[in-house]
Design a protein around this ligand. Structure first.
Ligand SMILES: [Zn+2]
Length: 396
C-alpha cells in the first residue's frame, strides 16, 4: 500500500517477515493440536477410560477424581505440546530475541504448568459442583461464579501471578515519575504506581502494559524499554497506557468477556444435553468425562470470535494512541518509540490485511505511525486546540 509506505515506518526485513510467519504457524499448530487431542479423547472414548482411572485412584471420591482427571488431561496436553513449546523457545534464540537459558526456561514451564493446574482445578471443581447442585440452571450460576473469579484474577494478577515469573520494582527514575504524575493529573485520574518490569532476564524484547484492577491498578514498563528509550519516548508509551486507564479498557474488556462467556455457557449446556440425549455418550451431566466437550465448545467459540475480539482490541489501542497524541507535546517521540519497538521485537510493520484482521490485537506499526502523522498534520492546521493546551501544561 502506497499510503502506508509514505509514512516514517520503514519496510519490513525478510528476517522479520520470516520470524512472524513461523510464530503464526506455531499458534495455529498449537490450536490444531488442542482440537485434535480433545476430539480424539471424545471419539475414542478414552476420556471415559481416564475418568475410570481417576475414580480408581481417588477411591471413588468424586472431587478427588475430578482433580486427578484434570491433572491427567493437562499432563497429556503438555507432553503432546512440548515439541511446539521447545521449538518456540529455540525460535526466540535463533532470532536473537531471548536471554533465557534452557534450565530457567524449563523451570518456568513447570511453574506455568502448576499454576495452570491450580487454576484449572479450581474452575473445574466449581463447574461440576454447580452442575451437580443445580442441574437445570448450572450454566447461568457457573457463569456468575466464573465472572467473579475473572475479576478477582484480574485484580490479583499483578501481585500474585506476574511476580511468579518476573521481578518488579517501583520505577526509580524521578523525572519520569514526575511526568506521569503530571499526565495523570491532567487526565483527572490516578494510577497507583509505575513499576519497572525485569523482562531482560528472559527476553531482549521491550513491552509495557496496564494491569490490575482497583488497588492493584498499575503501569508496568519493561527494563528493556527503560534502558534504550529516551524520556520523551517513554513518556509517549506511558501516555498510551494511561489512555487505556482513562478509557477503562480493562473493565470494558471484562464486560465484553462476560457477554461472550454467558453465550459460551449457554451453548455448552445445549451441546452437553444434545450429546447426552441423542448419543448417550456420557452417563450424566455431572460425568466429568464430558469435560473435553465443554473445552471444545469454548475453543471453537474463541477461535470463531478471535477476529471480532482482535478488532475490538485494535479499536481500544487506537483510542489509547489518540489519547497519547493529545497528551504529549509532539508526536515524534511516539513515532520513534514505535519504530524502535518494531526493530527490537522484530515485529512486522506492514503485515498483510488478513493477518492483521485475524491475528493482531494491535494495529500494525505502520498504521499507528500514519495515525500519529495525520494527527500531527491536523493539529498544525489548527484543528484540535486541546493539543496546544496540553503541550503548554507539560512544558510550561
Ligand atoms: Zn495498548
Amino acid at each position: 500500500m502506497t499510503a502506508t509506505n509514505a509514512t516514517q515506518a520503514p519496510a519490513d526485513t525478510p528476517e522479520a517477515r520470516r520470524y512472524n510467519r513461523i510464530r503464526r504457524r506455531l499458534e495455529v499448530a498449537d490450536l490444531a493440536l488442542g482440537f485434535f487431542v480433545l476430539t480424539v479423547l471424545l471419539l475414542t472414548g478414552w476420556t471415559g477410560t481416564l475418568r475410570d482411572v481417576a475414580y480408581r485412584g481417588a477411591h471413588q471420591i468424586y472431587s478427588l477424581a475430578v482433580f486427578f482427571y484434570v491433572a491427567m488431561l493437562l499432563l497429556i496436553s503438555k507432553l503432546l505440546g512440548s515439541g511446539l513449546d521447545y521449538y518456540s523457545f529455540r525460535l526466540e534464540h535463533r532470532y536473537n530475541l531471548s536471554n533465557q537459558k534452557l534450565k530457567p526456561w524449563l523451570r518456568d514451564e513447570l511453574k506455568g504448568w502448576l499454576v495452570g493446574l491450580g487454576v484449572a482445578t479450581l474452575l473445574v471443581e466449581l463447574l461440576y459442583f454447580t452442575i451437580r447442585q443445580f442441574p437445570l440452571h448450572w450454566w447461568f450460576i457457573a457463569w456468575g461464579v466464573f465472572i467473579g473469579l475473572f475479576i478477582l484474577f484480574a485484580q490479583v494478577a499483578p501481585v500474585i501471578f506476574l511476580p511468579l515469573f518476573y521481578k518488579f520494582q517501583p520505577l526509580e527514575n524521578e523525572a519520569l515519575r514526575q511526568r506521569l504524575v503530571r499526565l495523570s493529573e491532567k487526565a483527572g485520574t490516578q494510577v497507583r504506581g509505575v513499576y519497572e518490569w525485569k523482562l531482560s532476564e528472559k527476553s531482549k524484547k521491550a513491552n509495557a502494559a496496564l494491569t490490575g484492577l482497583g488497588a492493584t491498578r498499575r503501569i508496568i514498563l519493561a527494563d528493556t524499554l527503560l534502558q534504550n528509550y529516551s524520556d520523551d519516548e517513554i513518556e509517549a508509551v506511558l501516555a498510551h497506557e494511561l489512555g487505556h486507564h482513562v478509557h477503562r479498557h480493562i473493565l470494558k474488556s471484562i464486560a465484553v468477556q462476560a457477554g461472550i462467556t454467558l453465550f459460551g455457557f449457554w451453548a455448552a449446556n445445549a451441546v452437553l444435553h444434545y450429546a447426552l440425549e441423542r448419543f448417550h455418550v456420557f452417563e450424566t451431566m455431572s460425568d466429568f468425562a464430558n469435560l473435553p466437550l465443554l473445552v471444545l465448545v469454548s475453543t471453537v467459540l474463541s477461535v470463531v470470535l478471535m477476529p471480532v475480539l482482535n478488532a475490538y482490541s485494535r479499536f481500544n489501542e487506537r483510542q489509547a494512541d489518540r489519547y497519547c497524541f493529545q497528551s504529549i507535546a509532539r508526536v515524534e517521540p511516539f513515532i520513534s518509540s514505535m519504530n524502535k519497538l518494531a526493530q527490537q521485537n522484530l515485529a512486522e510493520r506492514h503485515p498483510s490485511n488478513w493477518v492483521e484482521w485475524l491475528f493482531h490485537s494491535h494495529p500494525s506499526i505502520s498504521k499507528r505511525v500514519a495515525a500519529a502523522e495525520a494527527w500531527s498534520k491536523s493539529a498544525i492546521s489548527g484543528l484540535p486546540e486541546k493539543r496546544v493546551a496540553s503541550s503548554q501544561t507539560i512544558y510550561s
